[in-house]
Design a protein around this ligand. Structure first.
Ligand code: SAH
Length: 221
């Protein structure tokens, strides 16, 4: 575990009501949520929003994911302490910080440079040092560091990014990601079995768009 920060009442209530009461019980995930101070991932003027049961804007048209969704994705990814994890869509860095408690190393890619810089600074301030950051299109993976035990994609892909998953996941590895049209996505768990990909639906969800080579096209300005 990284640096231990005492959890506030708001955080504890968030974990009980939004996470445990909805069926998340993995003790390692719950302990990671207790360790990472979610309010530090919000601008000071909206830190009061940190424990609300929803996603929240972080600028650049992006959002920090809902606490339950971070917990659910972390649990379904079944991250073990020896694992190297590829995360696509750093955003605020909150999910990254949670993964950093669960894995040996996290490789996180973000296409919006100012978001990546802020996330980097937050994780440095929290003394979380097992994360590698990269600016760019995560749908092309991180070839020099591949293959990964786990892949988490925090933005909605139009279709399953098959090339990415086959090239970046170890055989037997798992990925969790939202797939589908912008307003009708499904959170799925994918298991790589040789060159086959087995997909299991988890629940409907709504994420911002995954933009890139194996995602949506960037909107023209
Ligand atoms: N889990 C994050 C939320 C991420 S929002 C949190 O809790 O803060 C999704 C992020 O994915 C956005 O910041 C968006 O810019 C980023 N993104 C979208 N497409 C991407 C791509 N192809 N590569 C890297 N990042 C991408």
């Amino acid at each position: 575990m990284n640096k231990v920060v005492p959890s506030s009442n708001g955080l504890e209530r968030m974990i009980r009501q939004q996470v445990m009461d909805r069926g998340i019980s993995d003790p390692r995930v719950l302990s990671a949520l207790r360790i990472v101070p979610r309010d530090r991932f919000f601008p000071s003027e909206s830190a009061g929003e940190a424990y609300a049961d929803r996603a929240a804007p972080i600028g650049h048209g992006q959002t920090i994911s809902q606490p339950y969704m971070v917990a659910l994705m972390s649990e379904r990814l079944d991250v073990q302490p020896t694992h190297r994890v590829l995360e696509i869509g750093t955003g605020s860095g909150y999910q990254t910080a949670v993964l950093a408690q669960l894995a040996a190393e996290v490789f996180s890619v973000e296409r919006v440079k100012p978001l990546l810089d802020d996330a980097f600074n937050r994780l440095m301030d929290l003394n979380i040092r097992n994360v590698h950051f990269r600016h760019g299109d995560g749908t092309v993976g991180w070839p020099e560091a591949a293959p990964f035990d786990r892949v988490l994609i925090a933005a909605g892909a139009p279709n399953l990014p098959e090339n990415l998953l086959r090239s970046q996941l170890i055989d037997g590895g798992l990925a969790v990601l939202p797939v589908g049209p912008e307003d009708d996505q499904m959170l799925v768990v994918v298991r790589r079995d040789g060159m086959k990909l087995h997909t299991t639906d988890v629940c409907p969800c709504r994420f911002v768009k995954l933009i890139g080579q194996e995602g949506w096209e960037a909107e023209k300005k």
